[in-house]
Ligand binder design. Structure first.
Ligand code: FAD
Length: 379
């Protein structure tokens, strides 16, 4: 890390776009660092991918989905009967460039780089999040029973939406603001800050954090370089009367999901569907999860809720944490794929250092080597 730049102290008004676990964590760390923070979300805090995930704080999760064995498993994953991966064929033409890059990153040298990058985030992830969870009164939403794979150091957030809401309450009680509104039209670099629209009106800040999860590129459209962000859609099926069947999360490895006892019952969450942000939920994926749960736990009660969520994923399975090249007052904090609940806190901590002027030499920044070689400004 280098020293903060001299002008950074004056640049105290900062917006955070997106109130998922990543954006909220950024907001709290920025607030602690003395920034005046305003958060924006079109919805209630924690309503995006953060709402319905598998609740596991996965400190062990440094091995990406795209690794060497995926190449030979890919055909059976695409065409087999009972499979955790599915593809919406109508979305395929749009998805091909992303998918090609995603598969290219199955090569061992890329995987090693991803493991190193995720490993460096995961090492400090627990401390960085626990500070925020405790300060926000979230202790009762944490269960430390490990996760059966078996990873004894994992823990569970019993209600990710609720903990995110409490973090936003804490932000607001300590001087920050949350504004509900649709953010759009981020302007290409303005000399003295960042400007964008909220429900049609122009807002201007010294700096802004783009933490819109899988929607980040849509929100920023035209206002910065375009990065190859797509989504790995995932589902959950909930059984409100069946939480007592398990006393900690169990990873159902070949089925591609976790079964987690949490506040709302037993939640089976996971699988990957490549199909973009707009297609309707696929009922076959939901019945696949339900069927596999009943195989493993024949005593599971009726289904009480189902959900489709959008993991924000870049082809190299690393998030992007750092300043935009083309709009340097805009700080990227998205792309946390299967690990956003785990990596929110550490991302927030890094973003607050970046906003204060630090230049961090990290494999998850936009500028690391040739990570995004052909990206031109979308202006
Ligand atoms: C099935 C499933 C299981 C998972 N299990 C785990 C797990 O066990 N452990 C783990 O660590 N991770 C898990 N994840 C991943 C994790 O949920 C995500 O990585 C994480 O929630 C991403 O957080 P985020 O804040 O970046 O995005 P989000 O939570 O999606 O937040 C983005 C926010 O941006 C807002 N937004 C979008 N567009 C606009 C706009 N135009 N204007 C204003 N606001 C906007 C949205 O409303 C949303 O609130 C899982 C994901 C899925 C789908």
């Amino acid at each position: 890390m280098t020293n903060p730049s001299e002008h950074s102290q004056e640049r105290r008004n900062i917006a955070v776009i997106g109130a998922g676990i990543v954006g909220v964590s950024c907001a709290l760390y920025l607030q602690q660092a003395g920034f005046n923070v305003t958060m924006f979300d079109r919805d209630e805090p924690g309503s995006g991918a953060t709402y319905g995930n598998a609740c596991t704080f996965a400190l062990y999760g440094s091995i990406p989905v795209n690794r060497p064995d995926l190449i030979w498993r890919f055909p059976s994953l695409m065409f087999g009967q009972e499979r955790p991966l599915s593809i919406a064929w109508r979305y395929m033409p749009k998805m091909i460039p992303w998918l090609m890059q995603f598969l290219k990153h199955c090569r061992q040298e890329h995987v090693d780089r991803t493991i190193n990058g995720l490993g460096s985030l995961l090492r400090d992830a627990e401390d960085a999040s626990m500070i925020l969870f405790r300060a926000s009164g979230g202790n009762d939403l944490i269960s430390r029973d490990g996760t059966i794979y078996i990873y004894p150091n994992g823990f569970t957030i019993l209600d990710p939406k609720q903990i995110t809401s409490r973090m936003v309450d804490h932000l607001c009680h300590t001087g920050g603001r949350f504004i509900k509104g649709e953010v759009s039209a981020v302007e290409a670099q303005t000399a003295d800050g960042v400007a964008f629209k909220v429900n049609g009106s122009r807002h201007h800040y010294d700096q802004a954090v783009l933490a819109g999860g899988a929607w980040s590129m849509q929100i920023a459209k035209g206002g910065c370089e375009e990065l190859p962000l797509d989504t790995e859609r995932g589902y959950h099926v909930q059984f409100s009367e069946s939480a007592e069947l398990l006393n900690r999360p169990v990873g159902f490895a070949d089925a591609g999901f976790y079964m987690t006892p949490m506040y709302q019952g037993l939640r089976a969450a996971g699988t990957v569907e490549l199909g973009g942000l707009n297609a309707a939920p696929n009922p076959e994926r939901l019945s696949y999860i339900e069927r596999r749960v009943r195989q493993a736990l024949p005593g599971a009660g009726p289904v009480s809720d189902t959900w489709l969520g959008f993991r924000p994923t870049l082809p190299d399975s690393l998030p992007v944490i750092g300043r935009s090249r083309h709009n340097p007052n805009l700080i990227f904090a998205f792309g946390h794929h299967h690990l956003g609940l785990t990596l929110g806190g550490i991302t927030g901590k890094l973003v607050s250092e970046i906003a204060a002027g630090a230049i961090l030499d990290r494999t998850d920044s936009v500028d690391d080597g040739d990570r995004f070689p052909d990206r031109t400004p979308a202006v």
